[in-house]
Design a protein around this ligand. Structure first.
Ligand code: NAP
Length: 489
């Protein structure tokens, strides 16, 4: 997978047609630990369109035989990859923590999830794929079957560098597609470790390919490539829209999972301790860098003060530090750019008149000075027009808003261009039902944090959060295959 240099820093290669190869550019980039900028996690290839062409050619050729393999045989390879990943779980999780900063327990949990997703889709190779439809002709048989798209471009972000590549790649593979994975540059070393598990599991040459490098060269190149038949992307809205347009121009299928501005409603009858803990976990774990992270906290006036007091006390006590240290609860921002984005939103919040109750400063105590750490922030007196109430920050910033009725809370929760995930805390069944019916979000959660959905359930958003397809579980078959209607006379 890598070449070792004298300094023992790994150089991750591209994986093309079953071989680990250097880019024809001869250029690499460094991946550094956001908790300690002196720590070089590895180097990865800065690939060119020529590298991408080679990968697409290999995938296009390999897919012909791959799609003919029995689903169970494809599944066997995914089962083997899961077993290999299980043996390597600590190494992969540690690399993830070093590369993008989330704490080691979170990284290990994510890797375990990746393993479970591989197993879920391995089993999918044995499940039915079509329907028999009664024909109006008594001498005919009519049914549907599904056919793979062909070569699928998978473009992934850094915030779930194991789970997202796997939840896109595993269904693509099991339904008979070949894959080109273009991982986020902030997490390229981790992605190579995932691909290596599939390689070691015996996946045929060309069926999975890894091409690292700049998003605008490789990501956009995938969407524009004449031999790529589908694009699945998770990341920012700006990039998603460009990729969607390129895919639309070529008439290929595309799937975009993008940003969120996820609300939690705390009703006057809520279990406040549960609501506080879920707001902290949903909003601040992974340094708030989850598309499903809680960022707007809408609280009924009757419990507002009690909720605020408990929340602030607990947030102040959170330990921010290197994710490899066992007492760290929250790691760093992934990059200097992301840190500056968070700090600039904190400034904007203050300028616009919100009251900062805690946090919001760069954390530079002790060894934190070496990384991109920020103290988790809680704002009070936030109004719906403020930037911190409207725009995705993708950092550990909670915006508290007070309301005087459940109807007002729901209206405020829906007042967003995003619609990914939303939570309500209530012990009242009518409020819960009205939230389920009237909240415009792809994930609607009652008495549970906004972040997270089980791997066997559909995942995706409404409004600007998504291109409205769904990932994970059985829903993935809709994107990664096309339906053929068969009529046999
Ligand atoms: P990003 O900047 O959009 O990057 C995502 C991927 O796109 C990376 O592989 C990136 O490559 C590539 N890319 C960048 N510029 C590109 C271009 N011009 N053309 C084609 N590809 C390009 O997003 P991010 O910063 O990694 O992730 C944060 C965003 O992802 C947030 O908005 C978050 O909400 C969203 N997200 C959504 C979900 C969800 O399921 N809805 C899950 C996680 C994250 P490089 O790394 O090389 O730039």
């Amino acid at each position: 997978m890598t070449t070792n240099t004298e300094t023992a820093v790994q150089t991750v290669l591209n994986f093309i047609n079953g071989q680990w190869v250097e880019s024809e550019t001869g250029k690499t980039a460094e991946s550094r630990n956001p908790a300690d900028r002196d720590d070089i996690v590895g180097r990865f290839q800065l690939s060119s369109k020529e590298d991408l062409d080679r990968a697409v050619e290999a995938a296009s050729e390999a897919q012909k035989a791959w799609k003919k393999l029995a689903g169970s045989a494809r599944g066997d390879i995914l089962y083997k990859a899961a077993a290999i990943m299980e043996e390597r779980i600590d190494d992969i999780a540690r690399t993830m923590t070093r590369e993008m900063g989330k704490t080691f327990p979170e990284a290990k949990g994510e890797t375990a999830r990746g393993i479970a997703i591989l197993r879920y889709y391995a089993g999918e190779g044995m499940r039915p794929v079509g329907d028999v439809i009664p024909s109006s002709d008594a001498d005919a048989l009519m049914f549907t079957t599904r056919t793979p798209l062909g070569v699928v471009g998978v473009i992934t972000p850094w915030n779930f560098p194991v789970a997202i590549p796997i939840w896109k790649t595993a269904p693509a593979l099991i339904y008979g597609n070949a894959v080109i994975l273009k991982p986020a540059s902030e997490a390229a070393v981790t992605a190579a470790k995932v691909v290596d598990c599939l390689h070691e599991a015996g996946i045929p040459a060309g069926v999975i390919n890894l091409v690292t490098g700049s998003g605008s060269v490789i990501g956009q190149g995938l969407a524009e490539h004449p031999k790529v038949n589908g694009i699945t992307f998770t990341g920012s809205n700006a990039v998603g829209k460009q990729l969607g347009q390129a895919a639309l121009d070529r008439g290929i299928k595309y799937q975009l999972e993008m940003g969120g501005k996820n609300p939690v409603i705390v009703a006057e009858d809520a279990d406040l301790d549960l609501a506080v803990d879920a707001t902290i976990s949903g909003g601040l774990k992974s340094t708030g860098q989850k598309c499903t992270a809680t960022s707007r906290v809408i609280v009924h006036e009757d419990v507002y003060e009690a909720f605020r007091e408990k929340l602030v006390e607990k947030v102040k006590a959170l330990k921010v530090g290197d994710g490899l240290e066992s007492d760290s609860w929250m790691g760093p921002s992934v990059s200097e750019g992301q840190l500056n984005t968070v700090l600039s939103y904190v400034e904007k919040g203050k300028e616009e008149g919100a009251k900062l109750l805690c946090g919001g400063n760069r954390s530079v105590e002790g060894s934190n000075a070496k990384g991109y750490f920020v103290e988790p922030a809680v704002f009070d007196e936030v109004t719906p027009d403020m930037a911190i109430a409207r725009e995705e920050i993708f950092g550990p910033v909670l915006a508290l808003m007070k309301v005087s009725s459940f109807e007002e809370a729901l209206e405020l929760a829906n007042d967003s261009e995003y619609g990914l995930s939303a939570s309500v805390f209530t012990t009242n069944i009518s409020k819960a039902l009205s939230f389920i019916n009237d909240m415009d979000a792809g994930l609607v959660r009652i008495n549970a944090e906004s972040a997270g959905v089980e791997l066997q359930a559909p995942f995706g958003g409404m409004k600007q959060s998504s291109s409205h397809s769904r990932e994970q579980g059985r829903a993935a078959i809709e994107f990664f295959t096309s339906i053929k209607t068969v009529f046999v006379k």
